[in-house]
Design a protein around this ligand. Sequence first.
Ligand code: LMR
Length: 327
Amino acid sequence: PITKHILAAGVAAAALMGVNAASAQEVIKFAHVVAPNTPKGQGAEFFKKRAEEILGDKVKIEIYPNSQLFDDDKVLPAILRGDVQFGAPSLAKFGKWTKKLQVYDLPFLFKDMDAVSCFQNGEKGQELLNSMSGKGLTGVGYWHNGLKQLSANKPLRAPEDAAGLKFRIQSSDVIAAQFEAIDAVPQKMAFSETYSALQTGVVDGQENTWSNIYSKKFFEVQDYITESNHGLLDYMVVTSTKWWDGLDPEIRAGLTQAMNEASDYANGLSANLTAEQRQAVIDSGETEILSVSADDFAKWQTAMKPVWDEFSGDIGQDIIDAAAACN
Ligand code: LMR
């Protein structure tokens, strides 16, 4: 009975310390801002499932979707503090940490998602996973969402239709410049605040993927969506370099395997989910979809493309060239 009591006390103490009695259990939090029924939401759940299958009780993965834990501007400092272990902000949200990832925001850089995969899997794309190592952050994978569409409460057929309108944007200087290039007014704002800003008219429009427009119901508060495919919204899954390098090698190997599988899964899923959710937006009848003629597409491109030169010094022309070569 005495040993039993000692054991019980040990279990209680271990529980208080947040470790499993049998062996130390690594509790790993993954925070993101989108809904579970999105490529990122599904990727995170797949990562949890595989990591727990591969490593058993050694790890417990907790997923926090929908900005429950942190908005994207807070998640990176939280990773460095150790309050959360993984985040997957959009590539548009790393401007304070590295200028190189701005390449992904350049308008009309990628003609389709195959070109995006080509660049991300190539030498330069892989190098960019380490572009924040000096700041203590390691990229462990890229996850697709998709190409962005423009929405507003008036039809945007050509660039001049957007003049004077306010657009909610992600916290990216490139995206701000893109809207300024068409004489619109960009307003940086957290994803979690976007629906209500559109609903109350604080902003007139926004740009996002079909998946985000659908899962956050932006289509219910926007009368028109222009199918412009003018830019990319993808993610980098990031963790703390110090935490990652300090992990038990067996756990790190298991997490690496689970993350690689989750990246393949999310990237394989995104095209179908995009098509499905685009159709659901159309079927809702709540908004009008405007397709873009070849002539108008060229006009948008001409109006927005000067942004490339503005940022090529910060990004590096070699990186831009490698991305463009994937088309
Ligand atoms: C946004 O802020 O619009 C996106 O970055 C949200 C997301 O994570 O897809």
